[in-house]
Structure formats: structure tokens, C-alpha cells
Design a protein around this ligand. Structure first.
Ligand code: APR
Length: 229
């Protein structure tokens, strides 16, 4: 039966493309303090440090290639007779490199944002403090990344999709960061079936009816093949 599938992705789907996750052993949050590099207060205190952090991630992401999991989701979006909405917390652009379209709830490394006027533009590979905004010319450019304490993007649109989906899948996310961690409940309340695909159990595994445990590059293509069979 066709229908609407909403897929939420997190850092785990890009791990096998060589991009580190946040909370796994040796992950980004073991190496950097969240309050220094991922909050508006941290940026106000030391913009150079924050730009260095995102410049390094931007360069890594630009060099990374999508893996079999990104490619399988792109295939699902192309070949599924119903609708497939990919909502990602990732900022790396790998869904698009694989040929899919995704809703970026936590922003994108490839985008810059003016904190004065709200204008967005394609980010240069490296940003520096005082980056000028091409629209209002304030020296107020920042990475277009949703930091802790900020409102994720596209929440109304995502809520509409969750309320009207038939199947909700969560791939490679630890379920530790809201609002994304609450999407499974929203979808379940709306009557959707729910499935989690992850390397291991997450904080919110019990909220899902069905589970596929293993690396995304293996379990996602298998799951997509079953759906399309
Ligand atoms: N295949 C599948 N899952 C994997 C793989 C893999 N190869 N490697 C790791 N994982 C899983 C881990 O088991 C974990 O559940 O990916 C998850 C990664 O969790 P986090 O590092 O917490 O990443 P994420 O859930 O995307 O973080 C959410 O937190 O720091 C913020 O804004 C940032 O968007 C991010 C948000």
C-alpha cells in the first residue's frame, strides 16, 4: 500500500561517510564544549572559535560522499508510489549529494545567515568574524546552523507531515535532542507505524514498534528494498 513516509535522519546515517557523530565515543561533543561552539552565547563570546569549528566541518562535509544509506533513501523518494519526506538534523548536505531532497531542521553548513536582517546566502568555504551580509552589509554573518537554545526550522511544515504520515522511520539519531526526539510520539498519535534503524538501541527505542539494528549502510538499503518489493 502506498502512503506517506516520513524519515528522520541524524548523524549516524553519515558516520560511514567519515563524518563523526556527536555523542558516540570520541564524538564531536567529547572534543568540543557545546556551550562554546553551538550556542548563540558562545558565538557572541568567541566568534573566531565558532567559525573555526564550522569551517573545519564545512571542509569535511564538502569532501564527504554519500553512502549506501543516503543512496537508498534517494531511491525510495524516487520510486515509492506515495510521498517520501526526509527530515534531517544533519547539516552536511549528503542527502542532496545522493539526489534526494530533505527538510533541514538544524540548518546547513553550505548556508550563511545574517543575524541582523535574517538574509541567507551560500556560505564561503571559510567564514571569519565580521563576515559581511550581501543584503544589509552589516558585518553580521554567522553559520546558518540552529544552535542550542534556538528554534529549529520548518517546524510547522514538519508537524503537518507527521500528522498525515502512514509510516515514520528514524535513522541514526540518538533521541537525545528535542523536538526531533518527540517526532515518533507525534507520528504514533496520528496513527502511523514507526520503525527505528540504528547501530544500537537509542534513548527512545521503546517508543518504536519495529527496529532494525546495524550500520545504516546495511540496514537502510535492506529496509528500502523490502518497501519497494
Ligand atoms: N549506522 C546507524 N546508526 C549509527 C551509526 C551507523 N553507522 N553510527 C552511529 N549511529 C547512531 C548512534 O547509535 C547514535 O544513536 O547514530 C546516533 C548518533 O547520535 P548523536 O551523535 O547524538 O547524533 P544526532 O542524534 O544526530 O544528534 C542530534 O544534536 O548536537 C546536536 O544539532 C546536533 O543535529 C544534532 C542533534
Amino acid at each position: 500500500m502506498a502512503g506517506k513516509i516520513v524519515v528522520l535522519t541524524g548523524a549516524g546515517i553519515s558516520a560511514e561517510s567519515g563524518l563523526g557523530t556527536f555523542r558516540d565515543e570520541g564524538g564531536l561533543w567529547a572534543q568540543h564544549r557545546i556551550e562554546d561552539v553551538a550556542t548563540p552565547e558562545g558565538f557572541a563570546r568567541d566568534p573566531a572559535l565558532v567559525h573555526r569549528f564550522y569551517n573545519a566541518r564545512r571542509i569535511q562535509a564538502a569532501e564527504a560522499l554519500p553512502n549506501a544509506a543516503h543512496e537508498a533513501l534517494a531511491r525510495l523518494q524516487r520510486d515509492w508510489p506515495g510521498e517520501v519526506v526526509i527530515v534531517t538534523q544533519n547539516v552536511d548536505g549528503l542527502h542532496e549529494k545522493a539526489g534526494a531532497t530533505a527538510i533541514h531542521m538544524h540548518g546547513e553548513l553550505s548556508s550563511a545567515l545574517c543575524y541582523r536582517c535574517g538574509h541567507r546566502w551560500p556560505s564561503p568555504p571559510e567564514m571569519a568574524p565580521g563576515e559581511p551580509c550581501p543584503a544589509c552589509h552589516a558585518r553580521a554573518g554567522r553559520p546558518d546552523i540552529v544552535w542550542f537554545g534556538e528554534m529549529p526550522y520548518h517546524m510547522d511544515e514538519i508537524a503537518d507531515h507527521l500528522q498525515t504520515c502512514d509510516l515514520f522511520a528514524s535513522i541514526g539519531t540518538s533521541g537525545q535532542v528535542y523536538p526531533a526526539a518527540g517526532f515518533v510520539q507525534e507520528a504514533a498519535y496520528a496513527g502511523a507505524r514507526t520503525i527505528e534503524l540504528n547501530l544500537s538501541d537509542s534513548e527512545i527505542s521503546r517508543a518504536f514498534e519495529d527496529h532494525r539494528v546495524g550500520p545504516a549502510s546495511r540496514v537502510v538499503p535492506q529496509w528500502v528494498a523490502e518497501l519497494l518489493a
